[in-house]
Design a protein around this ligand. Structure first.
Ligand code: ATP
Ligand code: MG
Length: 791
C-alpha cells in the first residue's frame, strides 16, 4: 500500500509536531491564543488514525461548543478523505454524556428514552417541589434553588454528598429539596443538563465494570479549551483516562472565562500532578494576529496577577494598531460601526475589500446587540446573531412585545394568549379554554370573548376579577394609543408628502415611551423579573430597558411594531455573507480578520455584576474576556465606548473602561471617525462629564472626540452641559432635493403632531427634536417647518 500522505505535519512547527507525535502518555498543550492549539489537536486526531495507532472509534474528543465539534469533524473528514471507517466520538461534554447515558440509563434509574428538561421545565418542577415542602415560593424562588442545584451538579455533588456549611443553603432545606427534585425527575424519566455529567460520573464510580469498558475502548482522549472544564467534567475525564492514560488536553489559563459557571482553572494548573510524567508542550508563536493586536492583548492580560504568564510572538509584520473610537451613545456607536463595516466592504486605506463573513462584533452583554440589529436592519446590512436568540426573539422581549401589540390592537389573539397569565394571575389553561370556547361560540376575538366571559361570569373565583382587571388594563392602554389619530399623509402643492390636517384637535401626542414603561409596570411584568432571583433575571431586565430605549427611534408604538415584524421576517431570508454578532463568551476559539469590540465602559465591561459578586477574581475574569476578545482579531481590531448610555430615560454618563487605560499606548491609535462627521469641530474642553480621572489621558482624548460628534452637538444644543454657550451653531444637514428651508441646530420648529420644539440633531431625512410637550423624538424632516410658519 502507498505511504499515507502526512503532509499536514509539514504545516506544523516543531512544538506542535511534538504534541502531535507524542503518542504515549498524557500531553498538556498550554499556550496563548492563536498559537495553533486547536490546529495541533485536529492534526493529532488525524495522525493517530492515519498511522493506525487507533481506530476512529477508539478516539474521544471533547470540544466546548457544538459548533466547534461540527467544524472539527469537517476538518478531520478532509484529512482522512475516504480512507478511514467512521469518525471519532467528537462533541461537547453534554453531547457525549447523552450518548453514554442512553446506553446505561437503567444504572441511573432511568429508561433509555429519558427526556432532557430545558430551563423552563426545570423551574416548573422545582416550583412543585418547593410547594410540596410547604415553603413560600415568593420568599424562596425556584430559580434560586435551580442555581444552587446546578452549582452542586457542576461539582459532581449528589444530594447525599452535600455537606457542611452548604446544607444551610435555601433555608437549611436545599439538600432535602435537591433529593426530592432528583426523585421527581426519576419518576418522570427525565434529566436536566447538569444530570448528564452527574449521572455518568456516578455510574462510573459505582460500576467499575462499565467504567472499565470505556477505559479500554478510548485509547486516546483529547480535550480542547481545557481551562473551562468544571469539577464534574474533570472527574469524568480523569476516570476515563485512567485506562490508557493517553489524554491530551489543550488550553490557555488566560482564556478561562467560565468561572461563573463553575469552571475551575485549577484543573489545568494541576494537570501535571494528576498525570505524573505528562509531557507539557508550550507554544509561543502566534499565527493569527498582527503584532499590534498581539501586543495590545498581551499588555492587557499582563495586568492579571493570577496567571502562569507566557510570551507570545509573531513573525508577521506591519498591520494597523488597535483602533479606539468614542461615541456619544450606543445608537451612535451602532451607526458608526455600521459605516465602518460598509467602508471595509468597499475597501479602505489601501486594504482590499472585505466580505461580511470576515467581520464580527463581539459584545459583553447580549442587550448590546439590539442597537446593532436595529441599525443594520435599517441600512440593509446582513447580519447573524450567533450563540443565542436574536434580540427580538428573546423570551422577555416577546412577552413585552405581546403587551405592546395588545395596547395597539386588543384583538390580537396570539398576543392575548401569550401574556394573559404572564405574570401569573390565576388564569391558567382552564380559564383560557373557557375564553376560547366563548370565542368560538360567539365568533369573537379572544379579547372580546374575555369581556363576555367577565360579563357572563363564566369563570369563578379569583380568576374572574383578575380577568376583568386584565381587560380593563388593555383598554386603558389602547385608549392612550388611539387618543392621537394615526397621521394621514397627503401631498402638498409641490408634491411633497405631508401630514394631512384631519381637523383633530392639536394634542402633544401620547408619549409612547412613557406608555411602554407604564405597560411593563402595570402588567406586573417588570416586577416579575425583579422578584426573580436567578442568574439570568438581571440580564432580562436589562433587555427590557433596552427595548424601551429602542422605542425612542420611533414616533409611536405602531411604527415600532412594524419595524420589529420586518426584522423577524428578515431572519428567514437570504443566505450569503453576513456580519457576525455574538457575545465574547461565545467567541472563544474563533477568529475573524476584522473584529469590533464595542461598549468598553466601566460597569458594562468590566461588568459591574461580575465585580460585585466576585470582586478581584471577577475583575480578572473580565480582563481575560477582554484578552479573548482582542485575540479573535487577525488584522483589524476596533475598540469603542460611548460617553453616555440612557438608562430608564435618564442620561447616564459612562466612564471609559479601565481596560482601555491598561492597553499599551504604543499599540493603540486613538481615533475619531474620519469622514463620518462632516463639520466636526474641536472644542478645547476642560474636564469631561462623568469626571474621568486625570490618569485616563488617552481615554479622555478619545472622549473629547465624542464632543465633536453629532452627539456633542446634540448635547450642546440641548444645553445640558456647560461650555456650549455662545458656540456657533453648526448647520444641520438637510435632506436632499427638498424645498424645505434648512434648519439650524437649536432652531425653533413646529411639527404637526408633536407641536413646538427645538432641533437637536439632523441626519439625512430624519431630525431629532426636543419637543416642549412630547419630549425628544426622531421625526421625518418633511413634516417639520420653522416655528414662525407654524400655521
Ligand atoms: P485559541 O486559543 O484562540 O483557541 P488556538 O491556539 O487554538 O487559539 P488555532 O485556532 O489552532 O489557535 O490557530 C490559530 C490560527 O493559526 C489558525 O488560523 C491556524 O490555521 C493558524 N496556524 C496554527 N498553527 C500554524 C502553523 N504551524 N503554521 C501556520 N499557521 C498556523
Ligand atoms: Mg483553539
Amino acid at each position: 500500500a502507498p505511504e499515507p500522505d502526512f503532509g499536514y505535519l509539514g504545516d506544523l512547527n516543531p512544538a506542535q509536531r511534538e504534541a502531535v507525535e507524542t503518542f504515549d502518555g498524557p500531553v498538556l498543550m498550554l499556550a496563548g491564543a492563536g498559537t495553533g492549539k486547536t490546529k495541533a489537536l485536529i492534526s493529532r486526531i488525524a495522525h493517530l488514525i492515519l498511522t493506525h495507532r487507533a481506530e476512529p472509534w477508539q478516539i474521544l474528543a471533547v470540544t466546548f461548543t457544538n459548533k466547534a465539534a461540527r467544524e472539527m469533524k469537517q476538518r478531520i473528514g478532509a484529512f482522512l478523505g475516504g480512507d478511514a471507517e467512521g469518525m471519532p466520538w467528537l462533541g461537547t461534554f453534554h453531547a457525549i454524556c447523552v450518548k453514554l447515558l442512553r446506553r446505561h440509563a437503567e444504572l441511573a434509574g432511568l429508561k433509555s428514552n429519558f427526556t432532557i428538561l430545558d430551563t423552563d421545565d426545570q423551574i416548573r418542577l422545582l416550583k412543585q417541589v418547593i410547594a410540596a415542602a410547604d415553603m413560600d415560593e415568593k420568599r424562596w424562588p425556584a430559580r434560586q434553588l435551580a442555581g444552587i442545584i446546578d452549582g452542586w451538579k457542576n461539582r459532581a455533588l449528589t444530594p447525599e454528598r452535600v455537606t457542611g456549611a452548604e446544607t444551610a443553603a435555601f433555608n437549611n432545606r436545599g439538600s432535602e429539596l435537591y433529593a426530592a427534585y432528583q426523585a421527581r425527575l426519576r419518576t418522570l424519566n427525565a434529566v436536566d443538563f447538569g444530570d448528564l455529567l452527574l449521572h455518568m460520573v456516578t455510574i462510573f464510580q459505582a460500576h467499575p465494570d462499565v467504567l472499565a469498558l470505556y477505559q479500554r475502548r478510548f485509547k486516546y482522549i483529547l480535550v480542547d479549551e481545557y481551562q473551562d472544564t468544571n469539577v464534574a467534567q474533570y472527574l469524568w475525564l480523569r476516570l476515563l483516562a485512567q485506562g490508557h492514560r493517553n489524554i491530551c488536553c489543550v488550553g490557555d489559563d488566560d482564556q478561562s472565562i467560565y468561572g461563573w459557571r463553575g469552571a475551575e482553572v485549577g484543573n489545568i494548573l494541576r494537570f501535571e500532578k494528576d498525570f505524573p510524567g505528562a509531557k507539557v508542550v508550550r507554544l509561543e508563536q502566534n499565527y493569527r494576529s498582527t503584532p499590534h493586536i498581539l501586543a495590545a492583548a498581551s499588555g492587557l492580560i499582563a495586568r492579571n496577577e493570577s496567571r502562569l504568564g507566557k510570551t507570545l510572538w509573531t513573525e508577521t509584520e506591519g498591520g494597523e494598531k488597535v483602533r479606539l473610537f468614542s461615541y456619544w451613545d450606543g445608537e451612535e456607536e451602532a451607526r458608526a460601526i455600521g459605516e465602518e463595516i460598509e467602508a471595509l466592504q468597499r475597501g479602505t486605506r489601501g486594504q482590499p475589500p472585505r466580505g461580511l463573513d470576515d467581520i464580527a462584533i463581539l459584545v459583553r452583554a447580549s442587550h448590546q446587540m439590539r442597537a446593532f440589529e436595529d441599525r443594520f436592519l435599517s441600512i440593509g446590512l446582513p447580519y447573524r446573531v450567533v450563540g443565542g436568540p436574536r434580540f427580538y426573539e428573546r423570551l422577555e422581549i416577546r412577552d413585552a412585545m405581546a403587551y405592546f401589540r395588545l395596547a395597539v390592537s386588543p384583538d390580537d389573539g396570539l398576543a392575548f394568549e401569550r401574556v394573559v397569565n404572564t405574570p401569573r394571575r390565576g388564569l391558567g389553561d382552564k380559564a383560557v379554554q373557557v375564553i376560547h370556547q366563548r370565542a368560538r361560540d360567539g365568533d369573537l376575538t379572544m379579547f372580546m370573548a374575555a369581556r363576555a366571559v367577565v360579563a357572563e361570569k363564566l369563570i369563578s373565583g379569583k380568576g374572574l376579577g383578575q380577568l376583568r382587571q386584565f381587560c380593563e388594563m388593555i383598554e386603558r392602554w389602547h385608549e392612550a394609543v388611539i387618543a392621537v389619530p394615526m397621521p394621514v399623509f397627503t401631498e402638498d402643492d409641490d408634491g411633497v408628502l405631508i401630514e394631512a390636517d384631519t381637523g383633530a384637535p392639536e394634542t402633544p401626542g401620547y408619549d409612547h415611551i412613557r406608555l411602554a414603561e407604564q405597560i411593563l409596570e402595570e402588567s406586573g411584568y417588570t416586577a416579575m423579573w425583579l422578584a426573580d432571583k436567578t442568574a439570568e433575571a438581571p440580564g432580562r431586565l436589562e433587555n427590557l430597558k433596552e427595548l424601551v430605549k429602542a422605542l425612542e427611534q420611533f414616533d409611536n408604538l405602531q411604527g415600532f411594531l412594524e419595524h420589529v415584524a420586518l426584522i423577524m421576517e428578515n431572519e428567514s431570508s437570504e443566505s450569503g455573507e453576513k456580519v457576525t454578532i455574538m457575545t465574547l463568551h461565545a467567541a472563544k476559539g474563533l477568529e475573524f480578520p476584522a473584529v469590533f469590540l464595542p461598549g468598553w465602559e466601566e460597569g458594562l465591561f468590566p461588568s459591574q455584576r461580575a465585580m460585585d459578586e466576585t470582586g478581584q477574581k471577577g475583575l480578572e475574569e473580565e480582563r481575560r474576556l477582554g484578552y479573548v476578545g482582542i485575540t479573535r482579531a487577525e488584522e483589524l481590531c476596533t475598540i469603542s465606548f460611548a460617553g453616555n448610555r440612557r438608562v430608564y430615560g435618564q442620561w447616564q454618563s459612562q466612564l471609559p473602561s479601565r481596560f482601555i487605560d491598561e492597553l499599551p499606548a504604543a499599540h493603540v491609535e486613538v481615533q475619531s471617525a474620519p469622514g463620518l462627521y462632516a463639520g466636526r469641530q474641536s472644542r478645547g474642553y476642560e474636564g469631561g462629564f462623568g469626571g474621568g480621572g486625570g490618569s485616563r489621558l488617552e481615554a479622555r482624548a478619545a472622549q473629547a472626540d465624542a464632543y465633536a460628534s453629532p452627539g456633542w452637538k446634540r448635547l450642546q444644543a440641548s444645553g445640558v452641559q456647560p461650555g456650549a454657550a455662545g458656540a456657533s451653531r453648526p448647520r444641520a444637514i438637510r435632506p436632499s432635493a427638498s424645498e424645505v428651508p434648512e434648519f439650524a441646530i437649536g432652531e425653533r420648529v413646529f411639527h404637526q403632531k408633536f407641536g413646538y420644539g427645538e432641533v437637536i440633531d439632523a441626519e439625512a431625512d430624519t431630525m431629532v427634536i426636543e419637543f416642549d410637550k412630547a419630549g425628544t423624538k426622531h421625526v421625518k424632516s418633511a413634516f417639520v417647518r420653522p416655528a414662525d410658519k407654524a400655521d
